[in-house]
Each structure stands twice: as C-alpha cells, then as structure tokens.
Write a protein that binds this ligand. Structure first.
Ligand code: MEV
Length: 337
C-alpha cells in the first residue's frame, strides 16, 4: 500500500480573477486529504471515501473511468468528488504508461468538499502521487502539480487555473499568474476559517463570472482590479520578514485588501448571504479583514486575527457551522507510506 497526503488552502487574494490571467496568492493550510492506494491484479477501480460526504461512500467499477456508472449516492457532491478521483486515476495511468492499471483507493479528508478550501485539488494531488508511486514511478513536484492541474481542468471543462493544484503540491504561500507558478515567502499569517456547512459549484460560479465579464466592461474591470489588489498584497508580503510573526501594520494592510477583494467578489456575484454574514461577524469581532475563499456560493470565509475573538464570534454566528484557526502549512504533498 502507498499513502500520500496533500494540504488544502485558503486564498489570501485573487480567486476567480486568476482564471483570466490575473495573479493570485493561495496559501496551503494544515488540513489534509490522505489517499491510500493498492495496485490490483485486474483493471478495476474500487474507491472508498470517508469524510468526503457525511456518510462516506464506496464505489467499484471495471476498466475505463469514462465508463463508470453514475454513483448512487445521496449527495451530488460525491459524484463530483468521483469525477476528480477518476481524473487522478487517468493521470496516474498515463504517467506510469499503464492504461489498464487497477487500484483499490481509500480517501480520507479533513477538508470539507466544495467549500473553498481546495478539497478536490488535495485529493487529486495526493491521489496521483500515491497511485504513481504504487506503480513504481516518482514524479517531480512540478510534474505532479501539472498533472493535477490537467485533471482539474478536464473535470471543470477547461475552467480551472493552476492555483489550487500548484499550492497543494508545493505547500506554503504561492503566486500563480497563468502558467507562471512559484512559491513566495510569507510570515505565518493568523488565518481563521468560518464554514457555513454548505458548498458552491465551482464550474457554475466560474461560468457566471465569465458571462458577466463578457456582458459588461465594468465586470472585466472588476476582475482586473482584483489583480491590482493581489499585486499590492504581494509587495506587502515581499517586504515582510517570513521568519517573524507578522507586524500589526502588515496585518492591518493585508486585512484592508482582503475586505476590498471580498467586495469585488461580491459584485461579481460569487458571494452568498451566509458568507457575507460570516465576513461581517469576523469584521465586527475585530478581524483585520475577511473575505470568502475559493469559488464562493457557500462554504468558507477566511479572516486574519491573531486573537481568539473572531473564532468565538463566528461560533456564535447562526450561519457558521464550524470555525477554526488554520496554520500555514509549508509542506505540500507528502509520502506517508
Ligand atoms: C476555486 O478554488 C478557485 C477559482 O479561482 C477557480 C480556479 O482558479 O480554478 C474560482
């Protein structure tokens, strides 16, 4: 058995705009998806997943992932998750030049599905890493990130950036602009995550921004303004000492940019009432700034607060199901076994 894990992420800035070539800065967080893979004698795929839905699920089918029957499960989210697992299997088969390889796959995740914390990217990155190593192939982290991106790109019908998958493969804070992806220095920012228990449909939300952008010049300008916020935020990070706790001025400045970014994402139609209410609860509790993270529509917000106040306030907010401190995870994909 071969086991790999990969982290989820929050977006400090830049989701959605990154799809149109603007830069984004996602940061890996210490919440992981773990994928265990056993090679099989036949070409079957058997997937057992825990924590990807409330009840977990098991699916087994033969051969080609394109021929997988629909998954008979209570949640459409699980079918979506299976799409990412199929795509990871195809990438691993291709990388190992083993088109008929069969696998028993077990997925465990601490990252809520479709909630803006990069659950699908973490499952895809860890899945490709475990499946290729199980077949005796070691991929560089760059190739792994590239294959994981191609898997997400296929599942999301060509509407994906490299941000989530690169961040999960590399860990730490990263900067992604088109095909240019690299790690950047960042101090350990005090992220607080609020989760409303829901999820958004990334494909639909990205398509919504695309049509607004095509219809209105000012929506295209809004996307570009998000890029300007990211460039401003990057220069603040570049001037900070990554080895020390962040200075209060840095947190205040980053927080103001996060608030601005959330306002523009809201204007682009990707926030929701529950996300907005959590953002306001965080701000009123004294957070330096707060914004939705990921595709939006429901799921998670991220705030900056070094005190416990924001977490406490979020826990007393009706729309919030869970609130937790998320440490920056400087390690990306990791071989567990
Ligand atoms: C989703 O986590 C982030 C988006 O920017 C889509 C993408 O970058 O692929 C909305």
């Amino acid at each position: 058995m071969t086991v790999s894990s990969a982290p989820g992420k929050v977006y400090l800035f830049g989701e959605h705009a990154v799809v149109y070539g603007e830069p984004a800065v996602p940061c890996a967080i210490e919440r992981r998806a773990t994928v265990a893979v056993d090679a099989r004698e036949d070409d079957h795929i058997r997937v057992e997943a825990r924590d990807l839905s409330l009840d977990g699920f098991t699916v087994e089918y033969a051969g080609d992932t394109d021929d997988r029957p629909d998954v008979d499960v209570p949640s459409g989210l699980v079918d979506a998750a299976m799409g990412y697992i199929d795509a990871a299997v195809e990438q691993a088969r291709d990388a190992a030049d083993a088109p008929d390889a069969g696998f028993d796959i077990r997925v465990e995740s601490e990252i809520p599905l479709g909630a803006g914390l990069g659950s699908s990217a973490a499952v895809v990155v860890a899945g490709i890493d475990a499946a290729t190593r199980e077949l005796g192939v070691e991929l560089s982290s760059e190739e792994l990130a590239d294959r994981a991106y191609r898997a997400e790109y296929d599942v999301q019908d060509g509407q994906a950036s490299r941000a989530d998958t690169f961040c999960s493969a590399m860990g730490g804070a990263v900067r992604v602009e088109g095909d240019d992806c690299r790690r950047i220095d960042a101090p350990n920012l005090p992220f607080v995550v609020g989760f409303d228990g829901g999820a958004g449909d990334t494909g639909e939300l990205v398509a919504g921004v695309r049509s607004l952008r095509e219809e209105y010049g000012f929506a295209a300008d809004t996307v570009e303004s998000i890029g300007d916020i990211v460039r401003e935020g990057e220069s603040l990070l570049a001037a900070a000492d990554p080895a020390s706790d962040p200075e209060p001025e840095l947190l205040a400045d980053l927080g103001r940019l996060m608030d601005f970014d959330h306002g523009l994402l809201e204007a682009l139609g990707v926030s929701s009432r529950t996300l907005d209410n959590m953002v306001w609860a965080a701000r009123e509790a004294g957070a330096h700034g707060a914004k939705l993270t990921g595709a939006g529509g429901g799921g998670c917000i991220v705030a900056l607060d070094e005190t416990p106040e924001t977490r406490t306030a979020l826990r007393y907010t009706a729309e919030c199901r869970d609130a937790f401190r998320a440490e920056l995870d400087r390690e990306g994909v990791r071989a567990e076994k």
